[in-house]
Design a protein around this ligand. Structure first.
Ligand SMILES: [Zn+2]
Length: 229
């Protein structure tokens, strides 16, 4: 029953590898267990590009490994607490996305310079600033979930990103687009700008036009083909 979900989580990991969001063996994708036991999550010790179905394990609400072989990541509370806090969220991504980390450190607001940024702005992307250290317990995970609020992403300053969605596609595409948006902002800053970006009205219009669930699915399908299916 869970094989399809495990395959999706694994493919999400491999897509993030092709987007250069891997950090050695750190960073993870998870999906809510349909039976309510916790989250199906990438196992520890593997890089994103190495993940197949067997490297996706069921992690319970308190971090216990309930199914599958492998160790769980110590930052599992990022996933369990966000899924616990958000009934509408069925997938969570956490990576140490390098452009996003660099961008968040500038303290500058994310501008919708390109299409990608319009998925998130307006309003400004939430920033988790309580710590740049690891999220090792439920209390920190819950605090991070509160920072995300009802949004699909947050910048974890001096650490990485967290994104979420109604399914693995939405969670992974949000991670891909946030990192690309931060990369574009860094490039614009490096070029002395940005001097222009979409107004709130235009950004919201582009969000609906460019990033509907159907177009997000098309982007996922392309990334999946590029990642080898
Ligand atoms: Zn981390």
């Amino acid at each position: 029953m869970s094989d399809g979900l495990r395959d999706e989580v694994a493919l999400g990991c491999r897509i993030l590898a092709t987007e250069d969001q891997g950090d050695f063996v750190w960073g993870h994708v998870s999906a809510r267990d349909p039976a309510g036991r916790g989250v199906w999550m990438k196992a520890a010790g593997w890089g994103f590009e190495e993940i197949g179905r067997e490297e996706v394990i069921l992690v319970g609400w308190e971090g216990e490994v309930l199914e599958g072989d492998g160790r769980r990541h110590i930052e599992y509370p990022i996933h369990t607490e966000l899924v616990r806090a958000r009934p509408d969220v069925n997938a969570v991504v956490h990576t140490h996305a390098p452009w996003s980390v660099a961008f968040a450190s500038t303290g500058q607001p994310l501008r919708p310079v390109s299409h990608e940024g319009t998925l998130f702005v307006p309003p400004e992307v939430p920033r988790f600033t309580r710590t740049g250290d690891l999220i090792l317990n439920a209390e920190l995970g819950s605090d991070l979930a509160a920072t995300v609020g009802d949004r699909s992403a947050a910048l974890m300053v001096n650490h990485g990103i967290v994104t979420c969605g109604a399914d693995v596609t939405a969670g992974v595409i949000a991670a891909v687009l946030l990192e690309r948006a931060c990369r574009t902002n860094i490039r614009a800053i490096a070029g002395g700008g940005p001097a222009s970006w979409s107004s709130d009205e235009e950004a919201l219009s582009k969000r609906a036009r460019c990033w509907s669930p159907e177009l997000q699915r098309q982007a996922w399908d392309y990334l999946a083909r590029r990642a080898g299916g």
